[in-house]
Design a binder for this molecule. Structure first.
Ligand code: BES
Ligand code: ZN
Ligand code: ZN
Length: 478
């Protein structure tokens, strides 16, 4: 898909279909109103194609950002399937200038589908023109907005591609190789640690999770330093389980079917790190990923084991399927041992099925001690369109992870409040000085769906990347 900004007053595109978003019929010329009324244009008949005029009218009662994205995605998919190859979208409707980034996201993200495993598939090329006639913004700022939106969309689709790739084709080593490539391309520092290094660093909890896998666990540490003065320091820690069968606390067939998605947090961190240089963000960002596969075998870690994390906290493993928090625990310790003066520490993970039950499958769970950070994340949600819901901590739930034998248990004694008890477990590995700088995102729901939704097709949605990039972009030191 190629996107070009044009001004129809200066450039005419031949044989292109013009898409007209109509909020109210009365916004159109009286001639158009008569014609469309005759054709019964209404909420029961929202789309009208006038081939003789090369126009496609869509009734769109809401022009809010997310509605625009979804409307454009649906129009694109329909028109593409009908063989149209040149489409023109106007930035300005009769009464309102839309957000350019919304148009681009709706079209580029909506155009994505994963065809790696479909033999003989040929992608149809489509040219999109965005008409900036009547815009209140100057060309330079529109071009900048366009470039930025395209960089973000490219990286969302990159995250989707990797996440849709099967666990057979994408191991922890694949992730560390990709990290190396990104570091080289964008001039980032890159450290990769294998199992020997992890043992040396006393990251025994993370090591235990990957022990039964034929793939070596990898700790990935990428570091972006802005060209100009840094306005703050972010640390992102991602759960990169390339597969989670549950370990000896084995998942049922359906539960493990899509568990290649359990690397979403890690892949999202990878996608963010690969976007920062192009976006020229003025913040220092560390991306840390625990890339591990949770499998079964004679060497597997077991329910009942007691393990010692990097910070010497002892953990009773009561369920090997609660492995993500184990990997994150050691990665969080590593992050705080290695990086000084952190302004914001965020971990991102497909951590609990309970989060899907609490918030539904479209919403990312947000947990943190600091209300200020949670408010900032809400603002990033409003800007990006990604849904979030905050889940509150409390002392009663904390008791559910008490262990009779060790400092803490890796699974709550009751499934109720499971997303929160998982976060309270992670809290045991957050140093005092970082408590109010830490925020946890549980994206078990929106990461992946076999039912297409919004402008996401079957599979990985790429959720998390736009949310976090908006969060970082608008973060100002408290
Ligand atoms: N990776 C899963 C969480 C998950 C579930 C992600 C569904 C995406 C969709 C995680 O490792 C897990 O299995 N968690 C357990 C924790 C429990 C054993 C305490 C869960 O949620 O059931
Ligand atoms: Zn699990
Ligand atoms: Zn998992």
């Amino acid at each position: 898909m190629k996107i070009t900004l044009i001004n129809s007053e200066k450039t005419k595109i031949n044989k292109a279909l013009e898409i007209v978003l109509v909020k109210k019929l009365s916004h159109l010329s009286s001639k158009e109103q008569v014609l469309l009324k005759k054709l019964n244009f209404s909420k029961d008949n929202k789309n009208i194609l006038l081939l003789e005029k090369n126009k496609y009218y869509i009734l769109c009662p809401s022009l809010k950002q997310e509605s625009v994205k979804i409307t454009l995605c649906n129009a694109l998919r329909k028109l593409k399937s009908e063989g149209f190859k040149k489409l023109v979208f106007s930035l300005c409707t009769a009464k309102k200038e839309l957000e350019l980034s919304s148009l681009i996201e709706g079209l580029v993200l909506g155009n994505y589908s994963f065809k790696k495993y479909k033999t003989g598939h040929k992608e149809t090329k489509i040219s999109i023109y965005i008409d900036i006639k009547n815009s209140n913004k100057d060309l330079a700022s529109l071009e900048k907005e366009c470039d930025e939106a395209l960089i973000i969309c490219k990286n969302v689709n990159f995250v989707r591609d990797l996440n849709n790739t099967t666990a057979e084709d994408y191991s922890p080593k694949s992730m560390s190789e990709d990290a190396r490539k990104i570091a080289k391309k964008y001039n980032l520092e890159c450290k990769i640690y294998g199992e020997e290094d992890l043992a040396e660093k006393n990251m025994n909890v993370m090591l235990a999770v990957g022990r039964a896998s034929r793939h070596e666990s990898q700790l990935i540490h990428l570091h972006y330093v802005p060209k100009d003065k840094s306005l703050g320091k972010f640390v992102l820690v991602g759960k990169g389980l390339t597969y989670d069968c549950g370990g000896l606390s084995l998942k049922p067939t359906l539960g493990m079917l899509t568990m290649k998605r359990d690397k979403t947090g890690g892949i999202t961190v990878l996608g963010i790190m690969s976007a920062l240089r192009d976006l020229n963000y003025p913040y220092e960002v560390h991306g840390i990923i625990g890339a591990v596969e949770n499998m079964i075998g004679g060497d597997a870690f077991k329910p009942g084991d007691v393990l010692y994390a990097k910070n010497k906290v002892s953990v009773e493993v009561r369920n090997t399927d609660a492995e993500g928090r184990l990997v994150l625990a050691d990665c969080l310790c590593y992050a705080q041992d290695e990086i000084k003066d952190i302004d914001c520490l965020i971990n991102i993970a497909t951590l609990t099925g309970a989060c899907k039950i609490a918030l539904g499958v479209y919403t990312t769970g947000v947990m943190a001690h600091s209300s200020s950070l949670k408010n900032k994340m809400q603002k990033a949600s409003n800007k990006s369109g990604e849904l979030i819901g905050t889940l509150p901590f409390n002392d009663f739930l904390e008791k559910l992870i008490h262990s009779g034998i060790a400092d803490v248990s890796n699974a709550g004694s009751s499934p109720a409040g499971g997303a929160i008890t998982a976060a309270l477990f992670l809290d045991k590995f957050i140093k005092k000085r970082n408590k109010n700088k830490w925020l946890h995102l549980d994206m078990a729901g929106p990461a992946y769906s076999e039912v297409p939704w919004a402008y996401h097709s079957h599979g990985a949605s790429g959720s998390g990347l736009r949310l976090l990039l908006h969060f970082i972009k608008h973060f100002k030191k408290q």
